[in-house]
Design a protein around this ligand. Structure first.
Ligand code: ADP
Ligand code: MG
Length: 263
């Protein structure tokens, strides 16, 4: 390749926005000579490098946009510690069929049992498959909705929350929702119904959602749509946070015999 040809190739790559290729062109050309790749094999390596770089960029961007409070993976989840979580069911969810079919997933259970961890892990998996994800804590959403209401931006918020293919609503039930929030949630659930998935975590069982959602009629209308095509994972077990504290010696097990005096 003459210098001129080389320059032209680099110019073409820039024009075609193949941004990864200029960096790996020399290395791959050398390897092609050594390994006696065919022309098509060489092209295959070049395009694979470009696509790998684009996928990585896409994942980084989508992860930023998702606004996870922390990043956890399914591999980091200790299923042995939480036997009420069926590993096979979580693996089935990790195939993301529920996202393809616009179905919902609900993780219910007491604090510290891994609901948010599992929700994020499924979000991370979804992003790796090119799915857009957004994570919203209910407490933050409540604050936001009141600001939006004042600024007449509720419709805009609704549109924004309808955009991601997978929307994670975390910690339903820690705070009671007022009428404004419950009505907003109803609209959100209705708009996304059968089109785009919701993944909700809650420390409350469905029976208690009437209280959480300010109005039993609205609660049943929300649950009706939410649960129609859905998977509920009920987690019963001990808090993992407590286990970490116990291991650090900060917390003494009050239920263990002979420990009362120490507590
Ligand atoms: P929840 O949302 O149910 O209150 P989290 O998912 O926030 O609980 O879990 C609390 C902490 O414990 C997180 O750091 C999470 O990664 C960790 N954790 C919970 N359960 C497990 C588990 N079974 N294996 C590994 N880490 C866990
Ligand atoms: Mg949580």
């Amino acid at each position: 390749m003459t210098d001129l040809t080389y320059e032209r190739v680099v110019g073409h790559l820039a024009r075609l926005k193949l941004t990864r290729l200029p960096d790996c062109l020399d290395g791959l050309a050398e390897e092609a000579t050594k390994a006696k790749w065919t022309y098509v094999e060489f092209l295959d390596h070049l395009l694979t490098a470009e696509i790998a770089a684009r996928t990585e960029r896409d994942i980084t961007m989508k992860t930023k946009l998702a606004r996870f409070p922390f990043v956890k993976t399914l591999e980091q989840f200790d299923f042995a510690y939480q036997p009420s979580v069926d590993e096979r069911q979580i693996k089935e969810l990790a195939t993301l069929r529920f996202v393809a079919q616009g179905e919902n997933v609900l993780f219910l259970g007491p604090p510290g049992t891994g609901k948010t961890h599992l929700a994020i892990a499924l979000g991370v998996r979804a992003i790796s498959q090119g799915v857009s994800v957004s994570f919203v804590g209910l407490a933050d959403l409540l604050d936001q909705l009141h600001r939006d209401a004042k600024e007449d931006r509720l419709t805009h918020r609704l549109q924004m929350l309808c955009r991601p293919r997978l929307l994670i609503l975390d910690e339903m039930g820690y705070f009671p929702l007022d009428r404004l929030a419950a009505q907003f949630l109803f609209q959100l659930v209705s708009r996304r119904y059968l089109k785009a998935s919701l993944l909700i975590t809650s420390n409350k069982s469905y029976g208690d959602w009437g209280e959480v959602l300010a109005d039993p009629v609205l609660a049943s209308a929300i649950l009706d749509r939410l649960l129609h095509h859905s998977t509920t994972v009920n987690i019963r077990g001990q808090s993992y946070r407590l286990r970490e504290k116990k291991q650090a010696g900060v917390f003494h097990d009050l239920t263990a015999p002979g420990k009362e005096a120490e507590a």
